[in-house]
Design a protein around this ligand. Structure first.
Ligand code: ADP
Ligand code: MG
Length: 190
């Protein structure tokens, strides 16, 4: 199937979930994060869920991390919509946030963290496969960002749905180390 058709299919699968189902599935995913060690994580890059897109409710994860791992510093992306790059801004409870023209909530200002400093990234996606290949929203924001991270930066995807058998990766595609679904923690290679 063409990538753009697969994106559409997964967008639709998500939109067929009720808001309550999105929260239930998100909670199951958050519970599975108990299997992930945050011991050596100084900077954790997370995304803020897009309103109305039925994304993983990462705010539930953030709440748990703030409570259980106070040594972890959260970082949020700020998108450059022209060149499809991301800046990474330290996110504490007092950081001013606002919505950009694509409906993405992001920091207005704050300390910038270099990609090489980030130890773990929670990666948004539409679909993934049994090898950790990822289908994103189609603009390559995360491939560009992850290309600038260290080789040992942990890349963790989150998905409400199980993997596809195989998604042909392009040379620029950066695979996941782990993907967490409501039913399972997928560690690559399997
Ligand atoms: P997504 O990862 O969001 O599903 P794609 O992998 O299809 O999207 O990438 C979208 C576009 O971004 C492609 O045209 C690709 O060439 C470009 N792109 C991705 N990563 C990079 C990179 N590291 N440098 C330059 N262009 C990139
Ligand atoms: Mg890609």
């Amino acid at each position: 199937m063409l990538k753009k058709d697969l994106r559409k299919q997964y967008e639709q699968k998500r939109m067929q979930l009720s808001a309550a189902e999105v929260d239930e599935l998100s909670l199951l995913i958050v519970q599975r994060f108990a299997a992930v060690s945050f011991d050596d994580i100084k900077y954790l890059h997370v995304f803020y869920p897009m309103v109305g897109r039925h994304e993983f409710n990462s705010l539930l994860l953030v709440e748990q991390i703030r409570k259980r791992y106070p040594g972890v510093n959260l970082v949020l992306p700020k998108s450059d919509l022209q060149d499809h790059s991301l800046k990474h801004i330290l996110w504490d409870e007092s950081s001013p946030l606002s919505m950009n023209s694509w409906g993405i909530t992001e920091p207005e200002s704050g300390a910038e963290i270099a990609a090489e400093e980030i130890d773990m990234v929670i990666v948004p996606l539409l679909a993934f496969d049994l090898k950790g290949n990822r289908l994103g929203y189609g603009k390559g924001f995360y491939d560009r960002f992850l290309a600038g991270c260290r080789a040992d930066t942990k890349k963790i995807g989150v998905s409400f749905f199980p993997p596809e058998e195989f998604l042909e990766p392009a040379p620029h595609d950066i695979p996941l180390d782990i993907c967490i679904t409501p039913g399972k923690v997928w560690k690559f290679p399997l």
